[in-house]
Design a binder for this molecule. Structure first.
Ligand code: MSP
Length: 512
């Protein structure tokens, strides 16, 4: 069996409900997953929740409940439902409080302990509960964590250390040989310079924290929350519980992370894997932050917007489209309702939605809903066919490189060209002249065949509205099974297909 293409998101802390920053990562992974599936690749897409550690435990207790009760409630009422809200097609959802995860984590650390990668020592230093991270003095600004803008806590405890420092050379060599293993380039450079700056051994357990997975050899300590959470990527696919499944899926092909957690994923995580003798992920991609007022959007700073707030007004397809279209993946981006509304109206309602409704309405009006076959193609028709092939190729190359905005733009260029074609060919004028009947057939066919291709290309980005387009074109085959590599082959719609005028895909926004 061929290996599945394995895509992961970070697992999200359940100290609070999701905001659009979390949904952003999940949507990106989902579009990549659906794109590759549309290329007929087998893909395994994982997401989940990070439930242990001080941050979650304190939040639960502040709310007067036991941590497990808190986690169960948040996961069921907020984190799993958001996947429906944004239409995520994940294969699994890993909770770090699950039995399969505990077994895998304990097996992993027992192996490292047995092989001499772990030793007991005293730890003293600053810790940011917001990041759940041991900080170095150089990481702080005015004694505070710059990400959370809150004072750090001073820890002094005896715990177990992971021998991270001994992997410095192996990590540098790995990154030298695999420059694509961390992207974008700025993230790669940051990782390499961090390693060159010198790695120190790091605590892998906590003795003053109770909410976590007990160490298999010392049940008075729990695994440090990051060294528990990172293992989700392997425990979800059977590490420690199902070896054949694990071999079928590991290593990960794309691990998406926000840039704030790059060090964990591109330094600590590969070192852990090396220590366990496991293969390293092909790529960690660090995307930027959604900003509000120039700062990272966050619930703790009360700048979090819930995905529901946007999806209720614009729909899940527009949500998915907007964030990947408007922000270059890898860069920070500011969210504003005005920009969202402007693009929704221009690109989705007036662009794609209008094309779909005009095309199908004309076949209904002029040909009684029966798709005509084309006559001889004129230059304008042939130019559109060529443009489709070129745009599809551009889109495919960009999507595979996680350059979602370029990929979407390539498809949008084609949509715009088809709209121009409709305006220039004036089918409504041709319809008035019986002598132009064959030309009208060709124009209607060209528009609908273009729409077929658009539905296929946009399906990974906007699964719901493209399914509606597909249906209104009278297509019965599964849209998700139309190979993206074949989308530019002209003439796939069969004449005689039954076309109906679909409902409005992107209804006009109500003005307040
Ligand atoms: N639990 C850890 C990750 C463990 S992975 C083994 C964690 N959780 S988190 O909930 O704080 O954030 C997880 C991810 O959510 C970030 O890495 C990022 O992908 C996404 N985002 C959270 N806030 C975001 C923005 N404001 N903007 C963009 N993405 C954001 O860190």
């Amino acid at each position: 069996m061929t290996k599945a293409f394995y895509v992961t998101t970070p697992i999200y802390y359940v100290n609070d409900a999701p905001h659009i920053g979390h949904a952003y990562t999940t949507v990106a992974g989902d579009v990549l997953t659906r794109w590759r599936r549309q290329r007929q690749e087998s893909v395994f897409y994982l997401t989940g929740t990070d439930e242990h550690g001080t941050k979650v435990e304190r939040t639960a207790r502040e709310n007067g409940v036991e941590p497990q009760v808190w986690c169960d409630r948040l996961v069921e009422e907020a984190w799993k439902p958001v996947l429906q809200t944004i239409d995520a097609a994940n294969d699994d959802f890993l909770r770090t409080t699950s039995e399969r995860h505990r077994l895998g984590v304990q097996k992993f650390w027992q192996t490292l302990q047995d092989n001499g990668h772990v030793y007991e020592a005293d730890f003293e230093g600053p810790y940011c509960v917001g990041c759940e991270e041991f900080k170095r003095p150089g990481d702080l600004v005015d004694g505070k964590c710059p990400i959370h803008d809150r004072p750090v806590e001073m820890l002094h405890e005896t715990n177990y250390f992971f021998r991270l420092a001994q992997f410095s050379d192996a990590l540098l060599e790995h990154y030298e040989r695999h420059p694509q293993a961390v992207e974008p380039r700025s993230a790669y450079n940051e990782v390499v310079s961090f390693i060159k700056g010198g790695l120190e051994d790091i605590s892998m357990s906590r003795s003053s924290v109770g909410w976590g997975i007990p160490l298999p050899w010392d049940d008075k300590q729990v695994v440090y929350v990051w060294f528990d959470a990172l293992l989700n990527y392997i425990t979800a696919i059977g590490y420690g519980t199902d070896a054949p499944e694990f071999d079928q899926i590991w290593p990960a092909d794309v691990q998406l992370v926000g840039k704030d957690i790059l060090r964990f994923h591109a330094v600590y995580w590969p070192a852990m894997l090396m220590a366990a003798g496991l293969p390293l992920p092909e790529k960690v991609f660090a995307h930027g932050w959604l900003l509000v007022g120039g700062e990272k959007m966050s619930k703790s700073k009360l700048t979090g917007i819930s995905p529901d707030q946007i999806v209720d007004d614009f729909g899940s397809d527009a949500f998915r489209y907007y964030f990947l279209r408007a922000i270059q993946f890898g860069q920070d981006g500011s969210f504003s309702w005005e920009d969202m509304a402007a693009r929704y109206t221009a690109e989705l309602a007036n662009g794609l939605g209008n094309l779909a409704s005009r095309a199908t309405a004309m076949v209904v009006r002029y040909r009684g809903g029966v798709l005509p076959g084309p006559g001889d193609y004129a230059n304008a028709d042939l130019a559109l066919q060529e443009l489709l092939a070129a745009c599809a190729e551009r889109a495919d190359a960009a999507m595979l490189q996680l350059d979602f905005s370029t990929g979407i733009l390539a498809i949008k260029d084609f949509v715009d060209a088809v709209n121009v074609y409709v305006t220039e060919q004036e089918p409504w004028v041709l319809a008035k002249d019986p002598a132009s009947a064959e030309r009208l057939d060709t124009v209607l066919y060209t528009i609908c065949e273009s729409l077929r291709a658009i539905a296929v290309l946009y399906h990974p980005v906007m699964p719901k509205s493209t399914a509606k387009i597909w249906e209104s074109l009278g297509q019965q085959a599964e849209l998700a099974e139309q190979p993206v590599q074949d989308v530019g082959r002209w003439g796939q719609l069969r004449s005689g297909s039954h076309v109906v005028k679909g409902e409005s895909l992107f209804p006009r926004l109500e003005t307040p």
